[in-house]
Structures are given as structure tokens and as C-alpha cells.
Design a protein around this ligand. Structure first.
Ligand SMILES: N[C@@H](CC=O)C(=O)O
Length: 375
């Protein structure tokens, strides 16, 4: 396998494409790249690999990006670590080399083919605006999907080259990793999702806040609330995203809209309730599915056991089912509590419980799997 310049030129825009949802399992990918890397020494794959730019490298997702790139032997010709002005100049070691974090600027991408993970906020907006300065660029945007959709038009109009690919929101990725194989078998007509979302989804500062508040509460002190408006430790609350005029918050509407896009089915009915729970880095989701065709729980379990990127933990006897800790720092999402929904006739309903590492599969890994697919 040789990566050529033309292989980097991706003129496809797929705002919520699901390639990573259908990728081979992490195991397979890792082998593929191990083999590729071994071949590379002879074929110069790394020399011909893409220039990688990690935007927002100091954030939780940016850091995970580096870990995943390394774990998977992702081939790259060179790597640039970009962040806001605040972090520029800091030194960072990656794969035994020291790098200086650079401030993201319009010229950051000149002449390079870029893989990019953008964090929230102005940085993401600048990144996309400057895409036209890159040469043969494709970008994978991890966050800010809503805004990014408007940018698709921008980049196409301005540069006529490159590709912008939005990683779905983490709660959608984790949910659909489990629901999609079942959907392919029996077609989901309605899905009800209840999430239990970890601190990591709100960034590194929220993780720190959870830790700090836990210490404070245990010490009998008043918890410090900076990221969230209310006490987080030993508590849970409705997701911190903005609440819209229809009563849903933005996080819930992402599950609705992104599912429809990924499944290319504008008729599928989706409703969600998203809750922030005091867990560090993996989301859990209870998912109720209604199918067009009957699907019994044994068949569903077999389908999930064979699904890429999914591990089944479903031990009724010992009451062992997926937990956020089971999946923390893991590639696969875990699925359990696979059972027929008693409230639906004709084996047309199932309940499942899914857990997935929000930073890894919900963000960095999924984006890199998309990049691997493109390569
Ligand atoms: N929106 C999610 C993060 C996903 O990337 C959350 O708030 O947990």
C-alpha cells in the first residue's frame, strides 16, 4: 500500500458520513497499520504519508489524538501541533521527539495535507476558514458540527479543493455503534435514548472540576462551580447544552439529527434525554429500539457479537453489564442488557445499554478511523 498525493485529495464532503461506524474493528486496523508500517520501511510509506496537523492539541481530545495516532502507527510525514496563542511556545514530546506548540495561523497549513481535530470555539472557526490555504487538504472536525455544516459551503466555494468531514457527536457515535448493526438487520423505526454523560464531554476543565469538587465535598467544603452552574460531584443534572424552544437541549437534538443523517433515513423517529453524570471519561446510554421487522434478543446478541468495534458484556447470571470504567481508554463500545422490550408486540422491540469512551471512540479514535479509511 502506498499513499500517493492524489490519495490525499478528497473532494467528497460528507457531513455526517459514517465510515468509521463500518470500519473494521480496531484490532484489524491496528494490524493493518502494523503491516503497513513494516512495509513502509521498504516502500517509504511514512515519507509519503500525510502531513498531520492536530489543532487544539492541548485539549482532552487533542491529547487523545496523539495517543491514538501513536497506538495505531498512523503513518505521517510530519506533524504540527497547533493551539491557541495561550499555549503557543510550550514544548510537547510526541513519539520521542520534542515539538513546540504553534499558534494556529492562516499559514499553518500552507503546502500541507492536513488531518485536523478542531476543538470548540473560535479556533475551530479559524481552522475551517483557513482550509483554503492548504494544499490537497482534508480535515476531520471533531466538534462544532452545527457551525461546521455552514462552512462546507464556504470551503467549496473558496478553494474548490479539500474536504471537510465532521465526526459525529460522541453520544451519537456511541449509540449508533450498537444500534446500526441491528438497524441494518431489522430497520429501526423509532429509537428512544437516555444518556449518562461523563465529565470529559465538557472538556479537560470539567474533568478537573469533578475531581476538585469530589475532594471538596468529602472535606466538608463548599464545592467550587466554574464550568457547571451547579454541584457536579455526588449529583447529576440535565446536560449543560443550551435548551431550545422545543424543550430539547442541543445535545439531544444532535442525536435526533445525526442519526437521521448517518442512516440516511429522515423518517426514523428519535427522541433523547441527555444527562450529565459524575463519571470521568466514558458515556453510558440506555437505548430502546423499535424495528420494522421482528428481531429476537438471541439474534440481536449474535449480530452485536459479530459487529466491528463492539464488545458484548451481557452476563445476566452474575449481573455483569457494561460500565463506563469497562470501556475507559478502550476502542470498542460495550453493549449489554440486551433484552426484548416487553411493551412491544411481535419481537419488534429491544432494549440495550451501551458504554463508550467519550474521548477515544467518541472523538479522537473515530476521527482517525475516518482518516485511515481515506488513506
Ligand atoms: N457533546 C458531548 C461531547 C462529545 O463530543 C458531551 O457534552 O458530552
Amino acid at each position: 500500500m502506498q499513499v500517493t498525493a492524489s490519495a490525499h485529495r478528497v473532494h467528497l464532503f460528507s457531513p455526517l458520513s459514517s465510515p468509521a461506524l463500518s470500519l473494521p474493528s480496531a484490532k484489524h486496523c491496528r494490524c493493518r497499520y502494523r503491516n503497513a508500517a513494516a512495509t513502509t520501511v521498504r516502500m517509504g510509506l511514512r515519507e509519503d504519508g500525510p502531513s498531520v496537523a492536530v489543532v487544539g492539541v492541548t485539549g482532552a481530545v487533542g491529547q487523545e489524538f496523539l495517543r491514538v495516532l501513536s497506538d495505531r502507527d498512523f503513518p505521517y510525514r510530519n506533524i504540527r501541533l497547533l493551539a491557541s496563542r495561550r499555549s503557543a511556545g510550550k514544548r510537547l514530546t510526541f513519539e520521542d521527539r520534542e515539538y513546540t506548540i504553534e499558534e494556529l495561523r492562516p499559514e499553518s497549513f500552507e503546502g500541507s495535507t492536513s488531518l485536523c481535530s478542531a476543538p470548540v470555539g473560535r479556533l475551530a472557526k479559524s481552522s475551517v476558514r483557513w482550509l483554503s490555504n492548504g494544499d490537497r487538504s482534508w480535515w476531520i472536525i471533531v466538534r462544532r458540527f452545527g457551525w461546521f455544516r455552514r462552512c462546507r459551503w464556504l470551503s467549496r466555494r473558496r478553494s474548490g479543493k479539500g474536504a471537510l468531514i465532521a465526526n459525529p457527536n460522541c453520544s451519537t457515535i456511541i449509540c449508533l455503534m450498537a444500534a446500526t448493526p441491528l438497524h441494518r438487520h431489522a430497520k429501526v423505526v423509532r429509537m428512544v435514548v437516555s444518556t449518562y454523560q461523563a465529565a470529559s464531554g465538557a472538556g479537560a476543565a470539567a474533568m478537573e472540576e469533578l475531581l476538585q469538587q469530589t475532594h471538596e465535598v468529602l472535606d466538608g467544603k463548599q464545592p467550587t462551580c466554574k464550568i457547571f452552574k451547579q454541584q457536579y460531584a455526588f449529583n447529576l443534572f440535565s446536560h449543560n447544552a443550551a435548551v431550545l424552544s422545543n424543550g430539547y437541549n442541543e445535545e439531544e437534538m444532535k442525536l435526533v439529527k445525526e442519526t437521521r443523517k448517518i442512516w440516511n433515513d429522515m423518517d426514523v423517529k428519535v427522541t433523547a434525554t441527555c444527562i450529565r453524570v459524575p463519571v470521568m471519561r466514558a458515556h453510558a446510554e440506555s437505548v430502546n429500539l423499535q424495528f420494522e421487522k421482528p428481531l429476537d434478543e438471541d439474534t440481536a446478541r449474535r449480530i452485536l457479537e459479530g459487529a466491528a468495534g463492539v464488545t458484548v458484556i451481557d452476563d445476566r447470571e452474575s449481573n455483569h453489564f457494561p460500565t463506563p470504567l469497562d470501556v475507559s481508554n478502550k476502542d470498542d463500545v460495550a453493549v449489554g442488557r440486551i433484552r426484548q422490550d416487553l411493551s412491544q408486540d411481535g419481537n419488534q422491540g429491544l432494549d440495550i445499554f451501551v458504554c463508550g469512551d467519550q474521548i477515544r471512540k467518541g472523538a479522537a479514535l473515530n476521527a482517525i478511523q475516518i482518516a485511515e479509511k481515506l488513506l
